[in-house]
Design a protein around this ligand. Structure first.
Ligand SMILES: N[C@@H](CCC(=O)N[C@@H](CS)C(=O)NCC(=O)O)C(=O)O
Length: 249
């Protein structure tokens, strides 16, 4: 990486790609935002497949000073790349190697373990709403059976796990997931915890979680703090013009 590198963020509205915008704002690294808008079915437009065959967002494109071009996909991988190459002053990366490993854990955990449970619960809640006329009741019973047996307890177990970490962190005088300052762990976890659950109480209820502030008070307090992080607000303001209609999901 060099000063002359240009970073393009292939960003999809209402998506987990917003964390990359926040991360770059936090690191003070200039970037270009290439906006893709979801279609009526809440899917990404086909053009994203021209950037990466899976057609998902986020993807970042690095154009080196010598003209070489590199495409980097997967949120955790993008985080690792940007933190390794653009945070030499340790703005976000902890000094302590053990804390660095804890951050790395969350970079994998967020998309590898937590997010798939949430996505499945969300897809199941669409399935109930979108089932063909006459099959909705049956579809409801079917997905409820699967969710009650697996996805709901797994998600609850994960949120209890995260609540426990924050409770210990709070006792040690920190309001963040790792060490005593904001790190990549908080930024990557902002999508599943804050965007998917605490900022979206109707959806949380529809996937089976009522009264989340009482169930997970530390996660609730953490979400409020994250909501007030200056660069989180700045990153949201940057994209606000592309997120004006609440998606009908
Ligand atoms: N594990 C991938 C997931 C990427 C992903 O599923 N992105 C969603 C946005 S939240 C997407 O592009 N969805 C559009 C679609 O599937 O049509 C990552 O962490 O980057």
């Amino acid at each position: 990486m060099s000063e002359g590198d240009k970073i393009i963020v292939h960003w999809l509205n209402y998506s987990r790609s917003q964390r990359i915008v926040w991360l770059l704002e936090e690191l003070g690294v200039p970037f270009e935002l290439k906006v893709y808008k979801r279609d009526k079915e809440f899917r990404a437009p086909k053009e994203l497949e021209k950037i990466h065959p899976l057609g998902k967002s986020p993807v970042i494109e690095i154009i080196k000073a010598n003209g070489e071009r590199e495409i980097i996909a997967e949120t955790g991988h993008i985080f690792q790349y940007l933190l390794q190459n653009y945070d030499h002053k340790h703005t976000l990366v902890p000094e302590d190697p053990r804390e660095q490993r804890e951050v790395d854990y969350f970079l994998h955990y967020s998309e590898g373990t937590l997010q798939p449970n949430l996505v499945t619960l969300l897809v199941h809640s669409f399935a109930k709403k979108r089932a063909p006329f006459g099959t909705r009741f049956l579809m409801g019973l079917l997905v409820k059976g699967i969710d009650d047996q697996y996805y709901f307890p797994e998600t609850k177990k994960n949120l209890d796990f995260l609540e426990g970490i924050l409770s210990k962190q709070n006792k040690a005088g920190s309001k963040y997931f790792v060490g005593k300052k904001l790190t990549g762990a908080d930024i990557i976890l902002s999508f599943p915890i804050l965007t998917n659950i605490f900022s979206n109480k109707d959806t949380a209820r529809s996937i089976g979680f009522a009264d989340i502030d009482k169930m997970w008070p530390n996660l609730s307090a953490w979400s409020k703090n994250i909501d007030n992080e200056p660069n989180f607000i700045k990153a949201n303001e940057l994209v606000a013009q592309y997120e004006t209609t609440k998606p009908n999901i």
